[in-house]
Design a protein around this ligand. Structure first.
Ligand SMILES: [Ca+2]
Length: 477
């Protein structure tokens, strides 16, 4: 998940800051807690980076935004506010400004005592004293991390909004640039792992905006803070032990092991246990370095993860499809798979032309209709990386866009407020033209658009709701 960036070229949507995460569809698996669901909560994050959170409960939206912005400022690299704040993480040449400073530990006697106990437990698990001493020499309690953990809001965005952010003009544009720039290494790891280069690159794009938001929070400090005081102490203690094993291996030094506020690290935001299980040294220098400017090891580690999670080379992730009139909606839904031939005989067609694949079909529209997506077994493998349906469709769609393919063809239909994307864009354009800046006109309603609506309402003596409505749109027109 991403860090905070203010670089104009990377700002998408209305450029607001989000504190939410997409809710994983399934957290429990046979083995207990699904690690990748946890991982998805740890990364700096696609949506967290791009848009304002208007998803908090109870109507204190602006308060939560303010809080998260403050937390973000102090978090520095944790990428929650990526779109809001300046960051120098990006490579040069695009006018990026320097990144925010990393969060600074504060004295905390409770944390000190917890670390003493933890060190005994870690020693008993075989972590050498030298590794422990080195890891904790500069570590400390990070109150911003606790603030982030407490403010984390789970919500479900519509797929339409999600894809507007996941495949924003900025992300597609930078992605095509990076796709070309790193074409050689992507091709090499495609031939080694059998995972198509555009899919690996798309994960890179969603996890860290192509390496520009890798996170600069010291991982030992973040994980020990969360293990000590967070809501999921046991999970984070396990991650901390894994982080110490990484340090013990010599792949990275304690000072350079940085990540998101929740300990997701590097270009593709691996949590420590995933790193231990899947990270590889692709460059051949003896270190699995997912943190460096060079993304090669991180991208190869991602390919390794997918390959070992069942990726089938040559099989598309899925595709947009069209259904014939009178199609039986009872055939839709994940888990209701059919072969390509069976779908074809039912009148299903690839929306972009070309062949179908076997899989199941879901409705992605705002009211359950079009657009429809056929999802293959490789889609299920992307879910192993991050168990959220919108995320996995986002990866698939962005991967198509990196290859030069077009946007989703069908309209997603009106949203819960009865507004289409064109309506929402009209609303943003007219508010901005009247002096109430919505930050962008991408049709995604974030905190900045809501603030603009509230300011408009206030200036005309209307009840302040901050809500986009057709009535407001008519008034503006
Ligand atoms: Ca290496």
């Amino acid at each position: 998940m991403g860090s905070e960036n203010g670089q104009r070229l990377l700002i998408v949507g209305d450029g607001n800051c989000s504190i939410g995460t997409e809710k994983p569809r399934s957290v429990q698996t046979e083995g207990g807690l699904n690690e990748q669901s946890e991982r998805s909560k740890c990364a700096t994050g696609l949506l967290r980076s791009d848009h304002g959170s208007s998803f908090t409960e109870g109507g204190n939206k602006m308060n939560s935004l303010t809080l998260s912005r403050r937390g973000l400022l102090s978090l520095g690299g944790a990428a929650i506010l990526s779109a809001c704040l300046p960051s120098g993480r990006a490579s040069g040449g695009r006018g990026y400004v320097p990144s925010d400073p990393a969060p600074v530990p504060v004295p905390n006697a409770g944390w000190d005592a917890w670390v003493d106990g933890f060190m005994s437990r870690a020693s008993a698990k075989g972590i050498p004293q030298g590794t422990l001493d080195a890891a904790f020499r500069a570590a400390g309690f990070l109150p911003e991390v606790i603030e982030k953990d407490r403010n984390q809001t789970e919500f479900n965005r519509t797929l339409e909004d999600y894809l507007n952010i996941a495949a924003s003009d900025e992300r597609v544009s930078l992605g095509r640039e990076k796709f070309a720039q790193f074409g050689k290494v992507l091709a090499a790891l495609e031939s080694r792992y059998g995972v198509e280069r555009q899919v690996v690159a798309a994960i890179w794009g969603l996890e860290s905006f192509f390496g520009t938001r890798r996170g600069n929070v010291p991982v030992v400090s973040a994980l020990s803070t969360l293990a000590y005081e967070g809501r999921r102490g046991e999970f984070f203690e396990g991650q901390l032990v894994a982080a110490l094993k990484i340090l013990q291996s010599g792949d990275i030094s304690p000072g350079a092991m940085t990540g998101s506020w929740a300990g997701a690290m590097g270009h593709t935001q691996f949590i420590p246990t995933s790193y231990l299980a899947y990270a590889v040294d692709f460059t051949g220098d003896g270190r699995r370095d997912i943190w460096s400017e060079d993304p090669s090891d991180a991208l190869a580690s991602t390919a390794s993860y997918l390959a070992r999670s069942g990726w089938t080379s040559g099989l598309p992730w899925g595709m947009e499809v069209t259904l014939p009139s009178g199609f039986d909606a009872g055939l839709l839904g994940r888990g209701k798979g059919k072969s390509a031939n069976d779908w074809a005989s039912l009148g299903v067609r690839a929306a972009g032309g070309g062949s179908l694949a076997g899989g199941s079909i879901i409705a992605g529209g705002n009211s359950g209709g079009a657009p429809y997506f056929l999802l293959t077994q490789n889609f299920a493998t992307i879910l192993r990386y991050n168990n959220a349906q919108n995320y996995a469709i986002g990866v698939g769609h962005l991967s198509d866009r990196l290859l030069g393919r077009g946007a989703v063809r069908a309209s997603f239909g009106p949203d819960a407020a009865g507004m289409t994307k064109a309506d929402r864009q009209d609303l943003q354009r007219m508010l901005t033209a009247k002096g109430f800046d919505t930050g962008s006109t991408d049709g995604v309603i974030g905190a900045k658009t809501r603030a603009a609506i509230s300011a408009y309402e206030a200036s005309f003596g209307l009840p302040i709701t901050g809500e986009p409505t057709l009535m407001l749109l008519q008034r503006l027109r």
